[in-house]
Design a protein around this ligand. Structure first.
Ligand SMILES: [Zn+2]
Length: 449
C-alpha cells in the first residue's frame, strides 16, 4: 500500500510548432503533490519571477516523478521540474540557476519546436498513441490518487525544444534575473558544465536536459563570461537542501535504494527518509517512530511538513479526524502554503465538514484560480453536501483549466439546470452562481473553437 494523495497522473499540453503549424501534444506525467517540495520550489522561483515582472501567484512550479534530469516550461503559468534534477543537483544554487533559465523562456514568450526532421515524421504517430492513453485516463479521475506510471509515459518533451537563439536568450535573461535578485549564477554554470562532463564520461544517451539544451560554444562562452560572485553555501541552505533531496529520494526511489543511500547516516534527513519509505510500504508504526526521531533533529522550517506527513499517514490509516487535526496544525504553522490548505480542505471533506471544506477550497482557489485540482475537489465536496448545481459548476471550471472544453460544457449545462430548478423549487437566489456559470460557459466555448 502506498501513501495516497502524494502523486497524481495527469496530462500536460505541450504546444509545438511543426511543419503543419501549431500542434498540441499531450504528455502523460506523474506529478508529485507534496506541500514541502512544492513550497520549496515555489519559494525559490518567487523572487526570480518578480524580477521578471511575472506574478508568482500566477505561476506554479510542479514536481514530475521522473528521475531523468530535466526541467521545462510549457506555458506562462507552469514550470516543470523532474525529481531527477533535484536529486542530481549538488547545491540549491544549481536548482535556482535552472529555474532562472526556465523563467527566461517564460519572459521571452518562447514557443517549443519539434526537435528534428525525423521526429517530425514520427510526431503524428506519437500523438495518436497518446490520444489513446488519454481516453483510458479520463475514466480514472480520482484526483490525488496515483493512477499508474507506465512505460508509455515516454517523454514527448524530449522531442520538443526551443530554438538555439531562444536558448541563448533564456540564458541571458536567466543571468540578468539572478543578478537582479543578488544571486550567484555559479550554479547555472556548474550545472551545465557538470552535465557536459558526465555526458562524455558516463551516459550512452545524454540526459533529457542536454538533448533539449545541447552544448553550443556560444552558450558556453556566454556563461563563462557572465561575471558572478562565487556562491557560498550557508549551513541553513545545506540543511534545507539535504532535507528536500532526502524527501524526493524517499518519494521516488525504491525502499531498498533508500535504505542503501541513507544506511550509515544518523541525521534528521536520514530518519525522515526512513519514515517516508516505511509509510509508503504501509508500515505506519515504524514510519511514526522514525518521524518522531526525525522531528527532534530537523530544523523548525521542517515542522509543518512533519505534521503534513502525520496527516497523510493518518489518512491512509482511515483516521480522518486525526488527519484533519494534523493538517490544521501544519497550516497554522505555515498559513501561506497552498498545498497544506489543499490537504486540510480534502480532510474536511473526509470528515463530512463540507461547509468548512468548501470555504478552504475557496481560499486555495483564490491563491491559484487556474489550477484545476482544487475546483475538482471542491466539486466533490459540493456534491456530498447535496449542492448539485454548484458541484457541476466546479467540475466545469476544473475542466476549463484542464483544457477539456467538451466535458466542461457538459457539466455547465447540468449546473444551469440544477441551479434553475433550485431557484424555482426552493426560492434560492442563484443569480451570482448563474452569472458565473455563463462566464465559464463563454470561456469553454472560446476554448472549444
Ligand atoms: Zn532552455
Amino acid at each position: 500500500m502506498r501513501i495516497k494523495a502524494l502523486v497524481l497522473t495527469m496530462f500536460i499540453a505541450l504546444a509545438a510548432i511543426g511543419y503543419a503549424g501549431v500542434s498540441y501534444a499531450q504528455q502523460r506525467v506523474t506529478l508529485i503533490i507534496d506541500a514541502e517540495v512544492s513550497d520549496y520550489l515555489n519559494n525559490l522561483a518567487a523572487p526570480l519571477l518578480r524580477a521578471a515582472e511575472l506574478n508568482p501567484e500566477n505561476v506554479n512550479v510542479h514536481l514530475i516523478q521522473d528521475n531523468t534530469i530535466n526541467a521545462f516550461v510549457n506555458s506562462q503559468q507552469d514550470i516543470y521540474v523532474n525529481t531527477g534534477l533535484i536529486l542530481k543537483a549538488e547545491t540549491e544554487n544549481e536548482v535556482v540557476g535552472v529555474l532562472a533559465h526556465e523563467i527566461g523562456h517564460m519572459k521571452g514568450h518562447h514557443i517549443l519546436r519539434i526537435m528534428n526532421a525525423s521526429d517530425q515524421v514520427a510526431l503524428p504517430t506519437i500523438l495518436a498513441g497518446l490520444a489513446g492513453i488519454g481516453v483510458a485516463a479520463a475514466g480514472a479521475p480520482d484526483a490525488g490518487v496515483a493512477v499508474m506510471a507506465g512505460s508509455q509515459a515516454a517523454g514527448i518533451a524530449h522531442l520538443l525544444k526551443f530554438s538555439r537563439s531562444q536558448e541563448q536568450q533564456a540564458d541571458q535573461i536567466g543571468v540578468n534575473l539572478l543578478d537582479a535578485t543578488d544571486t550567484s549564477s555559479q550554479g547555472l554554470k556548474d550545472f551545465f558544465s557538470r552535465l557536459r562532463t558526465n555526458e562524455l564520461m558516463y551516459y550512452k544517451t545524454p540526459p533529457a536536459y542536454l538533448m533539449t539544451h545541447p552544448r553550443s560554444s556560444d552558450r558556453e562562452s556566454f556563461l563563462d563570461r557572465a561575471q558572478t560572485k562565487p556562491h557560498t553555501v550557508t549551513k541553513e541552505e545545506a540543511a534545507r537542501f539535504a532535507r528536500i533531496q532526502a524527501k524526493v529520494a524517499a518519494l521516488t526511489a525504491s525502499t531498498g535504494q533508500v535504505r542503501r543511500l541513507y544506511m550509515e547516516e544518523d541525521s534528521g534527513p536520514a530518519d525522515y527518509v526512513r519514515s517516508i519509505a516505511f509509510a509508503m510500504q504501509g508500515k505506519y508504526s515504524e514510519a511514526l517512530q522514525f518521524l518522531d526521531k526525525a522531528e527532534d533533529k530537523l530544523s523548525d522550517d521542517a515542522k509543518p511538513y512533519v505534521e503534513e506527513l502525520r496527516g497523510q499517514i493518518a489518512l491512509d490509516m482511515g483516521k480522518v479526524s486525526d488527519a484533519r487535526d494534523y493538517f490544521e496544525k501544519a497550516l497554522d504553522m505555515k498559513p501561506s502554503s497552498m498545498l497544506l490548505r489543499f490537504h486540510y480542505a480534502r480532510a474536511l471533506t473526509h470528515t463530512g465538514e463540507y461547509d468548512k471544506s468548501i470555504t478552504q477550497f475557496n481560499r486555495v482557489i483564490r491563491q491559484r484560480p487556474t489550477w484545476w485540482l482544487p475546483h475538482y475537489n471542491q466539486g466533490l465536496a459540493y456534491g456530498k453536501a447535496g449542492k448539485k448545481g454548484l458541484s457541476h459548476l466546479a467540475f466545469a471550471e476544473s475542466n476549463l483549466y484542464r483544457n477539456n472544453a467538451k466535458d466542461g460544457l457538459f457539466h455547465i449545462s447540468i449546473a444551469q439546470k440544477y441551479l434553475n430548478e433550485d431557484t424555482k423549487e426552493n426560492g434560492t437566489d442563484n443569480t451570482l452562481s448563474l452569472q458565473k456559470a455563463a462566464q465559464v460557459q463563454l470561456e469553454l466555448e472560446k476554448l472549444n473553437n
